[in-house]
Write a protein that binds this ligand. Structure first.
Ligand code: GDP
Ligand code: MG
Length: 599
């Protein structure tokens, strides 16, 4: 395909504004999927994505489009995730495109991630093509939404296509805009190869499949490629284009194209998203500018419920990391839980998704410890340590200064919810920076907030205090000096290291008490009484007691029904499997997650 007839674009939007639905319609209209195999949101093929109705992984598809000008175009569409945790994936997709279709829900207008994603696209020098979606809704007001896009983002929008992705109305107009407004790719097919890895997946038949955008040069099967960050070399087996549901091999990929490569790449660590691929025989001198490095913001320990599964867990984490460069992990040991990994995530949703995938796709039973953030601690001898693990917390006598991470958060909300949202930010120790009106009724609240206070449930809290109308977005701000303490928990007198937390000193007492209550609810009774205690620096600050057990499970079915007895015994066995012996106490893995859901 001539370069002039190629369009590489992605779709960006605030969550739920209709990206995935629009992608489906575009796939249908370009006959990229068989009508019979068409399912809703076909790009979201991960089981988990379907269940949660969100797009987690960016996916790319090559399509053919017969435009009104009579020519045939090759479209490479890259679907992107919309949740605040996955901004990194959005950034990777953008670097492979020349344009972005910005979907705005005409009944909602501009939301936090509409703006955040749009600015990211502009930062990558993409042509942004706005469209107004959901015009079929009675509450849709496309004129008002268009005006908001013009006022808030400064993007001309009055003549933007007005579509209903759900009903398939006016989809061609979107594709005509892509042809007209998104520039064709540049690049010289005869130059040394420069291709950007923007995604990769592990396939049990083909091995590692690498998704690339070729910027310069040509690549074909048989070539020896070199990955520039490591210098590793591989012989290419296959190149081709991604269809919606299959891969189609072709004889070469040229400058401007998006496609995939397979080689006998076995070690998953070799393909780094953001890396540049070149040819060993005629290498380029300079790598493409990499992506901004992702910094995990939330950390927790992940342990196999059965210690024998440790190698499987390691293998599974390595495989997931191939698909998700933002996941980090390193081995750690806990006196209570044995061998496991300290893992870093972009946010809490990211953490939940990874642990769920580990359990489902790799059939692992896991125990996850309470998530926390990083702290910067300066010792009295002047050394500075960054710690993400409470077990590494130094002796308080050696600490000179403690700092915790803060973020810049923007909350977009109708003005009637400003009061409750300001209260919320206040209880989270937020510092108000300013408040701007987006239009007569909508406000941008700008706060600096401690990351440690917002990682757990801030998103839900914002939604519930604004009846779902507010949205938010945040980015790293800076370290702020803070008063911190390590909060420990003792079960039957034994310290359980895996339960320890670093908390803001003034919150230690309240937190300690709440967590003791939660633990008490979740620890099954034993034949003896179990004291549950919270302590700071060896001093107990809260206590609950799990009463001793009186009856066994079968006591309540007198004689009679054998199937019921069996069921109860089954249940008990099931419970035991998930239980972890901590010293003298059995702790169910639910106890760890229960601590999370405190508010
Ligand atoms: P995404 O999060 O941006 O990918 O949004 P989805 O495509 O998953 O859509 C979110 C919700 O909005 C789904 O329930 C869709 O059915 C619905 N939706 C998408 N487009 C339209 C539309 O044009 N009209 C209406 N009424 N609903 C739509
Ligand atoms: Mg989606």
């Amino acid at each position: 395909m001539a370069r002039d007839n190629i369009r590489n674009f992605c779709i960006i939007a605030h969550i739920d504004h209709g990206k995935s639905t629009l992608s489906d319609r575009i796939l249908e209209l370009t006959d990229s999927v068989d009508k019979r195999t068409m399912e809703d949101q076909i790009l979201d093929d991960m089981e988990l994505e379907r269940e949660r109705g969100i797009t987690i992984k960016a996916r790319a598809v090559t399509m053919r489009y017969h435009a009104d000008d009579g020519k045939e175009y090759e479209f490479n569409l890259i679907d992107t995730p919309g949740h605040v945790d996955f901004a990194y994936e959005v950034s990777r997709s953008l670097a492979a495109c020349e344009g972005a279709v910005l979907v705005v829900d005409a009944s909602q207008g501009v939301e936090a991630q509409t703006l955040a994603n749009c600015y990211m696209a502009i930062d990558h020098n993409l042509e942004v093509v706005p469209i107004l979606n959901k015009i079929d809704l009675p509450s849709a007001d496309p004129d008002a939404a268009a005006k908001e896009v013009e006022d808030v983002i400064g993007l001309p929008c009055m003549d933007a296509p007005r579509v209903s992705a759900k009903l398939g109305e006016n989809i061609r107009a979107v594709l005509e805009r892509v042809v007209r407004d998104v520039p064709p790719p540049q690049g010289d097919p005869d130059a040394p190869l420069k291709a950007l890895i923007f995604d990769s997946i592990y396939d049990s038949y083909k091995g590692v499949i690498v998704y690339v955008r070729v910027f310069e040069g040509t690549v074909k099967p048989g070539d020896t490629i070199r990955l520039m960050s490591t210098g590793a070399q591989f012989q290419l087996v296959e190149v081709g284009h991604m269809g919606a549901t299959s891969l189609t091999p072709c004889d070469k990929l040229e400058a401007g194209e998006v496609g995939y490569l397979t080689a006998s790449i076995k070690t998953v660590r070799d393909t780094r998203v953001g890396d540049t691929v070149t040819l060993a025989s005629n290498p380029t001198a300079e790598a493409l500018p990499g992506y901004r490095t992702v910094t995990p913001m939330v950390f927790c320990g992940i342990y196999p419920a059965d210690g024998a599964d440790y190698p499987d867990l390691k293998d599974a984490l390595e495989k997931l990391q191939l698909n998700d460069a933002s996941l980090s992990f390193e081995p750690e040991t806990s006196a209570a839980l044995g061998f496991g990994f300290r893992c870093g995530f972009l946010g809490l949703l990211h953490m939940e998704i990874i642990t769920e995938r580990l359990e489902r796709e790799f059939d692992l039973d896991l125990i996850t410890t309470t998530p926390g953030v990083q702290y910067r601690i300066t010792l009295t001898d002047g050394t500075v340590e960054i710690i993400d693990n409470p077990s590494a917390y130094p002796d308080p006598a050696r600490i000179a200064k403690q700092e915790e991470p803060f973020v810049n958060a923007h909350i977009y909300t109708p003005n009637e919810y400003v009061g409750p949202l300001m209260d919320l930010c206040q209880t989270k120790r937020g510092i108000m920076i300013d408040m701007k009106y987006l239009d007569e009724t909508r406000v941008d609240l700008h706060y600096q907030l401690p990351l440690g206070e917002i990682v757990y449930d801030f998103f839900d809290a914002i939604k519930s205090r604004s009846r779902g109308y507010a949205s938010y977005d945040y980015e790293w701000e800076d370290w702020h000096e803070s008063k911190l303490v390590k909060l420990d928990f003792l079960l039957n007198g034994d310290l359980v290291d895996a339960l320890s937390l670093i908390v803001f000193a003034d919150n230690a007492y309240a937190k300690g008490r709440r967590i003791c209550e939660k633990l008490k609810e979740n620890i099954p009774r034993a034949l003896f009484e179990i004291p549950v205690q919270a302590a700071v620096g060896g001093k107990v600050i809260a206590r609950e007691t799990v009463k001793a057990m009186r009856k066994d499970v079968l006591a309540k079915c007198y004689g009679g029904d054998i199937t019921r007895k069996k069921k109860l015994l089954e249940k008990q066995k099931e419970g035991k499997k998930k239980m972890r012996q901590l010293g003298t106490v059995n702790l169910p893995s639910e106890a760890f997650t229960a601590i999370l859901k405190l508010d």
